[in-house]
Design a binder for this molecule. Structure first.
Ligand code: 6PG
Length: 245
């Protein structure tokens, strides 16, 4: 492994410290400017500590009236389903803070036609979030997870070549076949701050492949987004960072 070729990264002693650092960065960026902050939340289990820390430590000090919460992807299930990425945030965070309802922009996983919902969500983003010259929404924070197969959001290796035209896509999970709606690669890349939040020993092999520029990693959506984004960083806890030793 050649550390010279590593993507930008930071290592934290624990997943708690990692989550605390993300919460602090979001808080500081929100305090430093009075513009609305558009944050795309990642799904899965890694960000649960972040949601809890935001609820426990930032409920009163975060300017929630200027924070808009979006989702990088969603499973096509109702919010009440334990698999719902929105449902996790609603339970851990939204139930604990005073945030205007209009600032919560969920993907409606319960919709019968995922492609129609994907299009609706794209329109909602374009109506609310500042756009770049190509009409791509520019998020302030794009929080992303990393799957052990190299996926991020719901962009899977099977979706390669990545669609850099569509703002949202309807896809399916490669193993379960579950319908998913995801932000498109161009949206992930366009954000002002792209942060891959990775914790746990289970991610050592895939982190090793990505940081080591393994040939198979060139087809990982996470690696492609990391390379194409103007400002991306990998935030790893010490367990996942064992991949770098
Ligand atoms: C999802 C995600 C997905 C997730 C990774 C990591 O809806 O599942 O957005 O990209 O971030 O699979 O998941 P864990 O944090 O559970 O390892």
């Amino acid at each position: 492994m050649n550390p010279e070729s590593y993507p930008k990264y930071r290592i934290f002693n624990s997943d708690d410290e990692l989550a605390e650092a993300v919460a602090n960065d979001i808080f500081l960026s929100a305090k430093l400017s009075d513009h609305p902050k558009h944050i795309s939340l990642s799904g899965g289990s890694t960000p649960k500590k972040l949601f809890s820390i935001l609820a426990d430590k930032f409920a009163s000090q975060m300017p929630w009236e200027r924070i808009h919460l979006w989702w990088g992807d969603e499973r096509c299930v109702p919010p009440s389903d334990p698999q719902s990425n929105f449902g996790v945030v609603a339970s851990l965070l939204l139930s604990q803070i005073k945030i205007p309802k209009g600032n919560i922009h969920r993907i409606r996983g319960e919709e019968a036609q995922p492609s129609d919902e994907a299009n609706r969500y794209a329109q909602e983003m374009k109506a609310v979030i500042p756009l770049d010259s190509e009409g791509i929404p520019i998020f302030d924070w794009m929080l992303l997870g990393l799957g052990t197969d190299g996926h991020t959001a719901s962009l899977f290796p099977k979706d390669i070549p990545l669609d850099f035209e569509s703002i949202t896509i309807h896809t399916t999970h490669p193993d379960s076949g579950q319908n998913r709606i995801s932000l498109g690669a161009s949206v992930l890349c366009a954000a002002n701050h792209v942060r891959f939040l990775v914790s746990g020993k289970s991610k050592i092999p895939v982190v090793h492949q990505i940081f080591g520029n393994a040939p198979e990693a060139s087809q990982y959506p996470s690696g492609i987004v990391s390379r194409e984004a103007a400002n991306s960083e990998w935030w790893l806890d010490s367990d996942a960072a064992e991949a770098l030793h």
